[in-house]
Design a protein around this ligand. Structure first.
Ligand SMILES: [Zn+2]
Length: 162
């Protein structure tokens, strides 16, 4: 297999979640901005690929004008997305919320599920992949700073979507 970004990411994803690659569809796409997971009927994960436009790197809606710094940050963000999504693939079982979700506002219910499951994902990564977890924390800090800067500049919220 060629050592493309997609192949490396694919490998990391399945190393973490320990699922069979035939059970989860993983897509790397150019035309989406944020990573996304669909749990039902079967798990499908979508990751955006970094883009290059006019010499700028663009990832998750953020333009990185400093090429080298941008490349490194983008790779870190991409890596964090892979680890996070793989954590969901490992521990998030949507079926167990099926009864609970009935009659509830779907959007709010999903937010609550995501909140609970994110805590579980972080605990899982911290326990079993402490080196990855440390990296992810560093990246999240960078992400927060970038977001805050962007928010101030454009008064527009960027949020991680998974
Ligand atoms: Zn999540």
């Amino acid at each position: 297999m060629k050592e493309t970004v997609e192949n490396v990411a694919h490998q990391i994803f399945f190393d973490i979640c320990e699922k069979n690659p035939t059970d989860i569809d993983v897509f790397f796409l150019n035309n989406i901005h944020f990573p996304k997971i669909e749990y039902l009927p079967s798990m499908t994960v979508y990751f955006p690929l970094p883009k290059e436009v006019n010499g700028n790197n663009i990832y998750e809606g953020i333009v990185f004008s400093d090429y080298e710094y941008g490349q490194e940050t983008i790779w870190n963000l991409f890596f964090a997305s892979i680890c996070h999504a793989a954590g969901h693939a490992k521990i998030t079982d949507f079926n167990k919320y099926e009864k609970w979700i009935k009659g509830k506002n779907e959007k709010k219910a999903y937010k609550i599920i995501e909140f609970i499951e994110d805590i579980k994902v972080n605990n899982f990564l911290e326990e079993y992949f402490p080196e990855y977890f440390q990296e992810i924390n560093k990246i999240n800090e960078t992400f927060k700073i970038i977001n805050e800067r962007k928010r101030r500049k454009r008064n527009q919220e960027y949020a991680k979507k998974i």
